[in-house]
Design a protein around this ligand. Structure first.
Ligand SMILES: Nc1ncnc2c1ncn2[C@@H]1O[C@H](COP(=O)(O)OP(=O)(O)OP(=O)(O)O)[C@@H](O)[C@H]1O
Length: 248
């Protein structure tokens, strides 16, 4: 689902945000992308979602060449940014239908697709809700609903549970697992929470200073009775949680 070779990004100010990363994500995997602030996670994700042009390297995303066929890549992926897609004051069902029509669906088909997506995320009956009145967890699920309208094979989630309470986080993990189990959606997510990576991800990639410094299943990385926190500290010399500044 994702194959990159030497993907890198140097910004105009000379910042080497990503220094040549090789990423392999297989179909149906849930892969966590971890790293301290400024490590290069968002830059990598923006490149993989066609929002930022790499300086060098190659990538095939959802079966299409990232540089030569970006529109085809976009058709096959969903992206939930940190800020989310939910407008606080517009009825969300209406907004979702409009978005579905932008993806080329007729009004009837759009309505049916929105019903289907909302039901799949346990949001049935909330068509008239507005963002401002939603709890953090529901709001996040609406963000995901926007990204699923066009039935993407690959979903990118940028810090999906930041700011959620423990119960809402666990609920969101269940939904991500369900997407994979029921729709074979591949998921690539960034997180600052090592417990999230541990509980949800088949594999994690750890990036530091623009380079992948470790990867593997959480259980493979946690050798010798170490937690993922210990592993992270050993590799980078820093604590992910302290860097993130929002606890875990
Ligand atoms: N538009 C830009 N112009 C110049 N430098 C940038 C730009 N965007 C990011 N950078 C730099 O690139 C590096 C990687 O940033 P990036 O946002 O990808 O990190 P991150 O791992 O997502 O961090 P965070 O966890 O804080 O979101 C940082 O040093 C950052 O300052």
């Amino acid at each position: 689902m994702i194959e990159t070779l030497g993907l890198s990004k140097t910004f105009r100010n000379g910042a080497h945000a990503v220094r040549g990363v090789d990423i392999h994500v297989g179909q149906g995997e849930i892969v966590g992308f971890l790293g301290p602030n400024g490590a290069g996670k968002t830059t990598t994700m923006r490149m993989l979602t066609t929002l930022l042009r790499p300086t060098s390297g190659t990538a095939v995303v959802a079966g299409r060449d990232l540089l030569r066929e970006p529109a085809e890549v976009r058709r096959r992926i969903g992206y939930v940014s940190q800020g989310g897609a939910v407008n606080p004051f517009t009825p969300l069902g209406e907004e979702l239908e409009l978005q579905a029509m932008l993806h080329g669906l007729t009004r009837d088909r759009a309505r049916a697709r929105v019903r289907e997506v909302l039901a799949g995320l346990d949001l049935a009956g909330t068509r008239d809700a507005i963002g401002a009145t939603l709890s953090g967890g529901r709001r996040r699920r609406f963000d995901i609903a926007f990204a699923l309208l066009h039935e993407p094979a690959l979903l990118f989630l940028d810090e999906p549970t930041t700011g959620l309470d423990p119960q809402s986080r666990a609920n969101l993990w269940d939904h991500v697992r369900r997407l994979r189990a029921e729709h074979d959606v591949t998921v690539f997510l960034t997180t600052h929470y090592l417990d999230e990576a541990d509980a949800l991800c088949d594999r994690v990639l750890i990036i530091d200073h623009g380079l992948i410094v470790a990867e593997g299943a959480p259980a493979e990385l946690k050798t010798g009775g170490r937690t993922l926190d210990d592993v992270f500290l050993d590799i980078t010399g820093r604590s992910l949680r302290e860097e993130a500044g929002h606890g875990a």
